[in-house]
Ligand binder design. Structure first.
Ligand code: PMP
Length: 402
């Protein structure tokens, strides 16, 4: 096909680097290479049986038709109940929208609100999709580097200095992918104070890793810390990470009624609705027994401790202990500029990740993809054996760099 037949818009979008990494691992394994995969952005657990049973029951009960475009009333009620019970947030079922994953809801929220040139403030390191989803909707991503020295967190003064007359959204993600940073209630309140002074700025608070906070701490929802901004806050969440349901594609958003209605109208002209069966499963996930989540958190905490210990011990790498999510974000500045035995110069974290894959058969993400270098993102949503073998491979390759 002639390339000029493709529109201009897709050319400004990068395909998701984390999805590309997963595809590369799959291809290399199919070619017979033994790759240790530490790129994974999804739980390695199987969806709990009771959730699968709810899906099977829904199918057998004939729950196989289109649902309302904002999701079934049963699921929106389950979300409303969850938000009050776990987050202290009160939302009506007409303020909640269900979509095909949190990602689709972020895309739809931007489509509902961004006019060409509107700015979206994105603290870095960020989840890879935010800038591209903003661009896809004619918005302008405005990336704010949040350094390791300040816990990879956005400060109120940085935020104040970044807001302009064109700012439409501030995107907050706590616990953060990829840094694991978790904002305290006081930190959120301080950011909220800044936003309160700018009445045309909306807050997107992506809380999809809320259950994975360690060391006996817990996550505070932005809306709980800053109730005054309720009418300008959109909570983004979903069942993918908490219940090991990434393939089921169910996410949800809660925000002002007008925004929820606009998003629902847009969804009615795109996917119509998420899978009816997936929605029935999500009702069970949110309303049923929560033991799985508690056990998953404990497992991730053990893996985190091991991953951080191993990475931090590698000469040239230093790794802080992430407070949440399931990624370590080690600083690799000590390895940048070195050379491999066959003369390859490790110019940046992209080159390092590439070299680790080719020379060490270990796949990790580069910090460049997340907007803050030089770092690697090392997932610990995988077995202890894979974490240990992967970190040993990183150590082996690092030791050969001169
Ligand atoms: N937000 C963040 C921060 C994520 O890491 C992810 C998944 N990698 C998502 C949203 C999207 O989740 P989903 O679409 O599966 O609900």
């Amino acid at each position: 096909m002639n390339t000029t037949l493709i529109a201009r818009r897709p050319a400004s979008i990068r395909p998701s680097p984390s999805i590309a990494a997963k595809a590369l691992v799959t291809r290399l394994r199919a070619e017979g290479r033994h790759i240790i995969d530490l790129t994974v952005g999804e739980p390695d657990f199987v969806t709990p049986r009771s959730i699968m049973e709810a899906a099977q029951a829904a199918m057998q009960a004939g729950d196989t038709y289109y649902t309302p475009s904002n999701g079934t009333l049963a699921l929106r009620q389950a979300v409303a109940d969850k938000l009050i019970r776990e987050n202290g947030l009160s939302y009506g079922t007409d303020e909640i929208v269900v979509g095909c994953g949190a990602k689709q809801l972020i895309q739809t929220a931007f489509a509902a609100t961004l006019d060409p040139g509107d700015e979206v403030i994105i603290p870095a390191p960020y989840w890879v999709s935010y800038p591209d989803l903003a661009t896809l909707n004619d918005g302008v991503p405005v990336v704010v580097p949040c350094l390791e020295e300040t816990g990879f967190k956005l400060s109120p003064s940085q935020l104040e200095a970044t807001i302009t007359a064109r700012t439409k959204w501030v995107v907050l993600n706590s616990p953060n992918n990829p840094s694991g940073a978790v904002y305290t209630a006081a930190e959120l309140a301080a950011l909220g104070e800044v936003i309160e002074r700018h009445p045309r700025v909306l807050v997107m608070t992506d809380e999809i890793y809320e259950h994975f906070v360690y060391d006996g701490q817990s996550q505070i929802s932005f809306g709980r810390a800053v109730p005054a901004l309720r009418d300008r806050t959109l909570v983004i969440n979903g069942v993918s990470k908490a219940y090991a349901m990434t393939g089921w594609r169910i996410g949800y958003a809660a925000g002002p009624r007008l925004l929820a209605k606009t998003m629902s109208d847009l969804l009615s002209q795109s996917t119509t609705c998420p899978s009816s069966i997936g929605q029935a499963a999500a009702v069970r996930a949110l309303s049923g027994d929560q033991t799985f989540v508690v056990q998953a958190r404990a497992t991730y905490e053990t893996r985190r401790d091991r991953a951080v210990e191993l990475l931090d011990a590698i000469p040239g790498i230093s790794c802080k202990r992430p407070a949440g999510a399931f990624y370590a974000y080690p600083n690799v500045v000590g390895l940048i500029g070195r050379r491999s035995p066959d003369g390859i110069r490790i110019a940046d974290d992209l080159a390092l990740a590439h070299h680790l894959l080719s020379a060490g058969n270990v796949s990790v993400m580069d910090g460049t993809s997340y907007g803050l270098s030089p770092y690697l993102r090392v997932s610990f949503a995988t077995s202890l054996e894979a974490i240990e073998a992967g970190c040993a491979a990183i150590a082996r390759v690092a030791a050969t760099l001169d």
